[in-house]
Write a protein that binds this ligand. Structure first.
Ligand SMILES: [Zn+2]
Length: 72
C-alpha cells in the first residue's frame, strides 16, 4: 500500500509550486494560465496526479459539507 507522499521536503521545487496551487485547481478557483501550466505538469508527473486526486477528493468532501458558493 502506497500512501500519497505529502512530505514537501522530498518534492522537487516544480512539484511544490503545483501542489501549492492544487486546492485552487481542484475547486476551479485558479487563474486560467496557472491552471493550464498546472495541468501540463500533472500530465507528465504521476506523483502530482496522485496528490491532485487527493485534493479533488478533499475539495469534494469539504464542499459536500459546506456547499460551494456559485461563481457568476
Ligand atoms: Zn510534480
Amino acid at each position: 500500500m502506497n500512501a500519497p507522499d505529502f512530505d514537501h521536503a522530498k518534492v522537487p521545487a516544480e512539484c511544490q509550486e503545483v501542489r501549492e496551487q492544487m486546492f485552487l485547481l481542484a475547486t476551479n478557483d485558479l487563474e486560467d494560465d496557472k491552471a493550464e501550466a498546472a495541468y501540463l505538469h500533472l500530465s507528465r508527473c504521476p506523483g502530482c496526479r496522485e496528490a491532485m486526486a487527493e485534493h479533488v477528493r478533499l475539495a469534494a468532501a469539504m464542499f459536500g459539507v459546506l456547499g460551494k458558493p456559485e461563481k457568476s
